[in-house]
Design a protein around this ligand. Sequence first.
Ligand SMILES: NC(=O)c1ccc[n+]([C@@H]2O[C@H](COP(=O)([O-])OP(=O)(O)OC[C@H]3O[C@@H](n4cnc5c(N)ncnc54)[C@H](OP(=O)(O)O)[C@@H]3O)[C@@H](O)[C@H]2O)c1
Length: 340
Amino acid sequence: MESMARHWYFRNRPAGSIDDDTLEYVTEAMDPVPEGGFLVRTLLLSLDATNRVWLSDWDIYMDPVHIGDRMRGFVLGEVVASDHKDFPEGSLVTGLSTWSTYIATQGDEFQPFICPPGVDLAEAFGALAVAGPTAIHGLLTIGEPKAGETVLVSAAAGAVGQLVGQLAKLQGCHVVGIAGGAEKCQRLTERFAYDAAVDYKQGDMVSQLGIAAPEGVDVLFENVGGDVLDAGLTVMNDFGRVVICGLISGYNAKEPSPGPYMFRNVIMRRLRIEGFVILDHVDRYAEYQQRIGKWMQDGQLNFDVHVVEGLDQGVEALKLLYSGGNNGKLMVKVGERDRD
Ligand SMILES: NC(=O)c1ccc[n+]([C@@H]2O[C@H](COP(=O)([O-])OP(=O)(O)OC[C@H]3O[C@@H](n4cnc5c(N)ncnc54)[C@H](OP(=O)(O)O)[C@@H]3O)[C@@H](O)[C@H]2O)c1
């Protein structure tokens, strides 16, 4: 067993994008296993767009990360020492914890993690921890797509977007994705069941959407905001549903972002707009995870992960989300399992 652990600490609030002095990588003596608790070796750390939101001074949906705290993140780990009857040594756990190589805990923030048989561990963690429940809840519970309708998804090649496309196709919808660049757009139609792709980097999204979604859009699954949201609002059909899952284009903004300019379509097209945070729906996680897990096990789901090696690369890796540098669900490989 190692005697030292490494952690990222939040040091300075960024004004815009995360920079070199926002977080600090620190090596410390290992925290002792608490009485009645256990020690987790982190295997994978999920990087999520909302990590930047947690470092802001906005009034957000949960307690932010405070300056001086260890950075917060979703982790998958292995219990390597335990004084807790429900979390034996060798078991896999997942939870909202910290950017650390080892985590000593009473266990309240962790749940057992069951990897569906035959499924790669990183893919299972990437799909089950956040992206899968988010895609299912946002699309099906809020968007309520019906067969024959058109669903439009932004950041469509990302962690959530790739799942929303495949789910919407299973509902019998015409599915259109927006992504940045020819290669990502190709993956939308070839791997993630999209019928058509729009490359926002080519400009004039509204004209491109007119071709990709000739019948207009009934459900907009919004992950980006800004110009992308405006283009989507412009092509909505009457009584459409706009699911606000994320607004990543504004997370690094230094100034308040103007728009959306086509907000008038909320009344012209009689739209329903609803935002959600998946952490409010943990009571439905088991149901959502079971559904995604079965889908993966049956080999019916394509799910791409983008794994960066080493916790020391955490900050550089996180930046990929805001530049579009990630190809699939972004995570960091932190440690190896003792046994498989
Ligand atoms: N509501 C919830 O509970 C919940 C839960 C999870 C995630 N989310 C939200 O869902 C969204 C997607 O998250 P994810 O984890 O699946 O990340 P992701 O899509 O895997 O990665 C983010 C992607 O966003 C796109 N992007 C970033 N900045 C952009 C910009 N300025 N303009 C256009 N596109 C931009 C990039 O794709 P391109 O290369 O295509 O530009 C990038 O790859 C985020 O907004 C996140 O906050 C919400």
